[in-house]
Design a protein around this ligand. Structure first.
Ligand code: ISL
Length: 586
């Protein structure tokens, strides 16, 4: 193996013995199949990533989170794993992985892997064995149940619970051969592991240690708040979609999840020398629970991904029924999370990932104020307290793609939602509009490296179509332009690395009721940072409360307009950051 030990990396904080290194870090998420393709098969791979590490070093990020790289039938683009100790041949080999890791470490960049252990693929040998007979020694590794009492196997409604899957339809699929149903909160090809079984937990721990021994620096843990189910498996309240119900209260932050994570901490993380980064992805988590998951004294996780702020534009029928975002709701939500984790725990900060539409299209104005809105949103997000996550292409201001029809989308969620909603009698145009606004494929179109035919992503046929705007929206065009979205992200990251107030300062929201201005103050000792942004396409006055908080012309440390106008006025999507230290601080 050619990996360099994680301990050779420079600590990012002045005093690593008392402060976790990741508090001052910025993480960059790579979706490997869409990042860079080295062999022309149209699918991104590890060698492609290695060849582009210079981009990440130039941007200045500290950590790369790799979406799943393991062998997978690909029903959910790698979130359905069939072997936890190998690399998918489409992405490369273990030797390619070791080389990528060594080179990333050489750049001072740590690497964390996606750990998907709420479920495996149905093609994983564990499940193949589990389904082979009711007496299989691995039967208890998954959730098998007979039909609902009083109903025959296969009869409509005979599923053991009424829970609806995250990907439409019931969460149970019948195995004809053994006459029982298995649970899958996601796709039928993603059966849920039974964490009640200690053998399952031991095996997951062993997998984690195997990768840590190889040199990785931590994990992002997929839907980790769903691993503990109420073993009684009660029905959930009907959710209006046929006979289905919402089972979340029976598996979201379930009865033993804290116990399982503390056990994992003891068995896997403790005594490793270098501190690891652990990020729990947690749909539906509350701020109170997040404080428990990330309280260092409880020894569970470094931070969690929460979903409240990216659910504010979901309408009554869910995410594919989008409604306009009211900025006041966003401020109320993010502000509550800042306050809720101020004394205990830690926030992660994100607007984009591989499951979300592109932020500039969703919350900004990609048509009229593309550069300004991309940089204004970034400024606001990055200067909150917490660890920012940049999703590949976000640092270029990549936008949603002009998909022509459902046939051009690849995501299992989109395909199933479309089929189910149309079958239930919804207007196909309305269904399509929802998908076009919120589909996950927008985040998954290939990375736009340059203006050449496939954006420099591949020399072959890309697995998902490249956004035609790569002709002008690409990395090569932005490297030489100091005013570009790329350089704005680079400066934001630099600010976090240079100003302790960005990392450790407290957070006070200003003008919470203002419909278009987002402003806040960060304070640490005698240093103050005032952030103000106009998140609209019309000019705005800077509210008095913000001027009073300490916004003087001499103190500007960052702005997204090359020539900012008068202090008291903000141009469309203008964002400014002021810093005051010492006596000038109020
Ligand atoms: O995008 C979503 C569906 O609308 C989310 O609910 C998403 O499914 C949820 O956040 C869990 O996401 C994670 O686990 C899924 C996988 O499809 C996602 O890509 C992953 O991020 C199942 O492994």
């Amino acid at each position: 193996m050619t990996t360099s030990p994680a301990s050779s990396l420079t600590p990012l904080t002045p005093d690593p013995s008392t402060r976790s290194w990741w508090r001052s870090a910025v993480v960059y998420q790579v979706y490997p199949r869409s990042f860079a393709d080295s062999d022309g098969d149209g699918v991104g791979d590890l060698r492609g990533l290695t060849s582009r590490l210079g981009h990440l070093a130039r941007l200045g990020v500290d950590v790369v989170w790799l979406s799943p790289i393991y062998p997978s039938p690909g029903s959910d683009n790698g979130y359905d794993i069939s072997d936890y100790r190998a690399v998918d041949p489409a992405l490369g080999t273990l030797a390619d992985f070791d080389e990528m890791l060594a080179q990333a470490h050489g750049h001072g960049i740590r690497v964390i892997l996606d750990l998907v252990v709420n479920h495996t693929s149905d093609e994983h040998p564990w499940f193949v064995e589990s389904r082979s007979s009711r007496d299989s020694p691995k039967r208890g590794w998954y959730w098998w149940r007979p039909p609902r009492p009083g109903l025959a196997v296969g009869e409509p409604g005979a599923e053991p619970t009424n829970w609806e899957s995250f990907f439409s339809g019931p969460t149970w699929t019948l195995d004809e051969a053994t006459g029982e149903y298995y649970l899958h909160l996601f796709h039928a090809k993603q059966p849920d592991l039974n964490w009640e079984n200690p053998e399952v937990r031991r095996e997951v721990h062993a997998v984690m240690r195997w990768w840590l021994d190889r040199g990785v620096d931590g994990f992002r843990m997929d839907v980790i708040n769903l691993i503990s189910k109420d073993p009684a498996l009660p029905d959930g309240p009907p959710n209006g979609r046929g006979a289905l119900g919402d089972g979340f209260e029976h598996y979201g932050t379930g009865p033993r999840v804290h116990e399982f994570l503390q056990e994992m901490h003891r068995e896997v993380f403790e005594g490793r020398g270098a501190e690891l980064l652990t990020v729990g992805e947690m749909p539906g988590v509350t701020v109170e629970e997040a404080a428990r998951f990330t309280d260092p004294a409880r020894r569970e996780l470094s931070m969690v991904f929460q979903f409240e702020h990216v659910s504010l534009d979901h309408g009554p029928a869910g995410k594919f029924d989008p409604v306009p975002l009211d900025l006041r709701d966003l401020k109320a939500s993010l502000g509550r999370w800042q306050a809720g984790l101020a004394d205990r725990g830690w926030n992660s900060l994100y607007l984009c990932n591989h499951d979300q539409p592109r932020a500039v299209s969703r919350f900004g104005d990609a048509q009229r104020w593309w550069r300004e809105s991309a940089t204004a949103l970034a400024t606001v997000l990055h200067l909150h307290r917490g660890t920012p996550f940049v999703y590949q292409g976000e640092e270029l201001g990549m936008t949603n793609a002009p998909f022509a029809s459902i046939a051009s989308m690849r995501d299992v969620e989109a395909v199933r939602h479309h089929a189910t909603a149309v079958a239930l009698g919804q207007d196909p145009d309305v269904v399509w509009r929802g998908l076009l606004a919120m589909g996950r494929d927008h985040a998954r179109t290939p990375m736009q490296w340059d203006g050449s035919p496939h954006a420099g992503f591949t020399t072959g046929e890309p697995w998902l179509e490249v956004n035609p705007n790569h002709a002008w929206l690409n990395a090569a065009a932005q490297y030489d332009d100091e005013a570009s979205v790329f350089h704005h992200y680079r400066r934001l990251i630099e600010l976090r690395h240079t100003l302790p107030v960005v990392v450790d300062g407290d957070f006070t929201m200003l003008v919470a009721d203002h419909p278009t201005v987002y402003a806040f103050v960060r304070r640490l000792d005698d240093e103050t940072l005032t952030v103000v942004a106009n998140l609209s396409g019309a000019p705005e006055d800077v509210p008095e409360e913000v001027l009073e908080a300490g916004a003087g012309p001499g103190d500007m440390v960052l702005a997204n307009y090359v020539e900012p106008g008068p202090t008291a006025t903000l141009a469309p999507w203008e964002a400014r950051v002021y810093r005051a230290a010492g006596a000038a601080t109020r």
